[in-house]
Design a protein around this ligand. Structure first.
Ligand SMILES: CC/C=C\CC/C=C/CC(=O)SCCNC(=O)CCNC(=O)[C@H](O)C(C)(C)COP(=O)(O)OP(=O)(O)OC[C@H]1O[C@@H](n2cnc3c(N)ncnc32)[C@H](O)[C@@H]1OP(=O)(O)O
Length: 243
């Protein structure tokens, strides 16, 4: 599956909705046992949640948007398919979450590409299920430091801390992702799927049990004037950086 929403594959409500529909179709297709996620936008895997969806909108919109973010994560983290992220560009925040949610991550070894949960840099807080997913990949200490600092790690650093499983030259990314997929698909599906469920169930159940509470928490957090101000300033900073 190739993300193609220029300029930066930001995760808008429309993007998330289409992503979930596509995943559901593949999940229900018995002929499909695995999916490789990558980007058709040069240099960017995904710029994370679309900040404009979290700025100056109604409570109803925030609720709908957040439910779509939850849905994307629940579907991908619990997928019966083998999921491989072929990270061919930068991948901050929600983009990093997508990669973390897969079974395996391969990143292009370009030191200019960065990946991480940088929410703290925007003055916002990664929700508990972003954190849980991160901890399950890199361990508690590395996740704590990286989350508190809102670190964006260069590709080599991301590999060193275990955020990505391997680095390959960009031109070899597709072939390597295909080889990894074949390796994972060589196992009997039922054994791999039950093992995946065993490893992920506690974290999935936690969001399912607190889903509505999590929506309300998001709404009250994002609606605060101080948070809205931080997001506006961040967007201005992105625009200024360009000029
Ligand atoms: C209780 C829980 C509460 C809250 C939790 C909420 C969780 C949020 C998680 C998130 O995902 S927040 C989003 C975090 N994302 C970022 O910090 C990434 C910001 N973007 C960048 O760093 C850069 O844009 C880039 C490295 C991805 C790409 O750089 P470059 O190629 O130089 O492009 P530009 O910076 O010029 O961007 C082009 C264009 O796109 C707009 N844009 C970029 N990112 C976003 C985004 N995430 N949402 C919306 N729009 C974005 C940027 O402003 C530019 O717009 P123009 O109109 O100026 O063209």
């Amino acid at each position: 599956m190739k993300f193609k929403s220029p300029p930066v594959n930001s995760l808008s409500l429309d993007f998330l909705t289409e992503f979930c529909i596509s995943l559901e179709k593949l999940e229900n297709d018995r002929a499909c046992r695995g999916v490789i996620l990558t980007s058709a936008v040069p240099k960017i895997f995904s710029s994370g949640l679309d900040i404009t969806e979290m700025c100056g909108k109604s409570t109803e919109h925030y609720a709908e948007f957040w439910r779509a973010v939850q849905e994307m994560w629940l579907r991908l983290y619990s997928s019966n398919m083998v999921t491989v992220a072929a990270v061919n560009g930068s991948s901050p925040a929600g983009g990093c979450l997508i990669a973390l949610t897969c079974d395996y991550r391969i990143m292009a070894e370009n030191p200019k590409f960065s990946i991480g949960l940088n929410e703290a840099q925007l003055g916002i807080v990664a929700p508990f299920w972003f954190k849980d997913t991160f901890v399950n990949v890199v361990g508690h200490r590395v996740a704590e430091r990286s989350l508190q600092l809102g670190s964006l790690h260069s590709a080599p650093e991301a590999h060193r801390i275990g955020l990505v499983d391997e680095l390959v030259p960009e031109e070899k990314l597709k072939d390597r992702a295909t080889a990894v997929m074949q390796q994972w698909l060589a196992l009997p599906d039922h054994a791999r799927q039950l093992t995946k469920t065993m490893m992920r169930k506690a974290v999935l159940d936690r969001l399912v049990a607190h889903r509505e509470e999590d929506v309300q928490n998001f709404i009250s957090f994002i609606s605060k004037e101080s948070i809205q101000k931080s997001l506006r300033m961040y967007m201005e900073m992105l625009k200024k950086k360009k000029s």
